[in-house]
Design a protein around this ligand. Structure first.
Ligand SMILES: *[C@@H]1O[C@H](CO)[C@@H](O)[C@H](O)[C@H]1NC(C)=O
Length: 179
């Protein structure tokens, strides 16, 4: 009886941890500016998209979504140089469908400016920095089998220590369930 209730308790704890890992690893669609119609010339510094981006976490696999009037505006993905100088002549990618979705497929900075002449200069631009999985400040997605094999990867931050602790906890729970 005691063994059974311990098993049930362990199972529900495992399920809870699984749900936790799943929610952390889920790729998200992130609406630029957090609301529709946010792709515009900002009315103030605190209204700027970069102000919004600073308080938003972007992970590899997430997608940015822009809602705007495709007849009047566009989204250009550009280099850092073209971002700084607001140069719209040679973008990496150009979108004008009004409902643009761009996947953040790798870590590092992504630069976007409006394709409308003069709008970038007035602040309609966005830098999104996608953190590398190793340097994230939260719990990483479910660990790979290699990571479960042992402490091959030395913890480099408190985040990985926390993850290591969770992996150990999961291992102990699995052990407790089996024996
Ligand atoms: C914009 O970039 C293009 C090349 O991508 C360059 O030829 C042009 O001189 C640049 N314009 C300005 C104003 O810097």
């Amino acid at each position: 009886m005691a063994v059974l209730s311990r098993t049930v308790a362990s199972s529900s704890l495992l399920l809870t941890l699984f749900v936790l890992f799943s929610s952390f690893s889920e790729a998200k669609d992130i609406l630029v500016g957090g609301k529709t119609g946010a792709w515009k010339i900002p009315s103030s510094q605190s209204d700027s998209l970069n102000h919004w981006a600073e308080s938003t976490r972007f992970r590899v696999g997430d997608s940015l979504v822009w809602n705007y009037d495709g007849a009047k505006d566009s989204v250009l993905q550009v280099t850092k140089e073209d971002y700084v100088s607001c140069n719209t002549t040679n973008p990496i990618a150009q979108y004008k469908d009004g409902n643009t979705k761009v996947e953040l497929h790798k870590p590092g900075p992504f630069y976007f400016i409006s394709g409308v002449q003069g709008s970038c200069e007035k602040g309609q631009k966005l830098i999104v920095v996608v953190l590398t999985p190793r340097h994230r400040y939260d719990i990483s997605p479910a660990p790979s089998p290699a990571e479960l094999d042992g402490p091959a990867v030395a913890p480099t931050s408190s985040a990985s220590s926390l993850k290591g602790g969770l992996v150990v906890a999961l291992g102990l729970l699995a052990w407790g369930l089996l024996f």
